[in-house]
Design a protein around this ligand. Structure first.
Ligand SMILES: [Zn+2]
Length: 181
């Protein structure tokens, strides 16, 4: 459930069977999240929120409503450009270097640029669209190389370097960015 609040914007309320108390946190979107026991009535949730305002203000990095909305818009645009670009780029390199993968999943995790599952699905982070193209290509080639090597062995890196001779530099640049939107 989403609670609209004039100070904190959209508040994500999770009613949880297992939680015994009330817990505040900040979601990846910068929104305030509240976890309360399942049986908590809505009027009580609002009262608990009011009682905790001061504490939230000083302790939690909640983004203001305008920033939350700006982030949503940014994410939407990023998602759209990722959808229009990453599947084709992945396909291009897969064909060029003879790789087969099962499917592509676009992710927006905060910690990973990409991954490859044992079932052959490749995940690419929509945040890749914010990276310089050679670095973005490196991530794609890295995940494709995992099709033949499920680890980061010397043989794996040899394969990556065959397709991206500058991969060491690209890795370094990649570390200067974080995937979170
Ligand atoms: Zn890897």
């Amino acid at each position: 459930m989403i609670l609209k609040d004039s100070e904190f914007g959209d508040i994500i309320v999770r009613k949880n069977t297992l939680s015994s108390g009330i817990k505040f946190s900040v979601s990846t979107s910068g929104r305030l999240a509240m976890s309360v026991p399942k049986s908590t009535p809505n009027f009580l949730i609002k009262r608990l929120l009011d009682q905790s305002r001061k504490q939230i203000r000083t302790k939690l990095p909640v983004k203001n409503p305008e920033t939350q909305r700006a982030r949503d818009t940014k994410k939407q645009l990023l998602k759209k450009s990722a959808k229009n670009y990453l599947p084709y780029r992945l396909d291009f390199y897969a064909k060029k270097y003879n790789y087969t993968y099962t499917s592509l999943r676009l992710s927006h995790a905060n910690t990973r640029w990409g991954s490859r599952s044992s079932t052959g699905t490749i995940s690419l982070n929509i945040g890749l669209m914010n990276l310089p193209e050679p670095v973005r290509d490196y991530v794609i080639l890295h995940e494709l190389a995992h099709i033949n090597h499920m680890n980061h062995s010397a043989a794996f890196w040899a394969e990556v370097s065959k397709h991206d001779p500058n991969y060491k530099r690209h890795r370094k640049v990649l570390k200067m960015f974080t995937p979170g939107v």
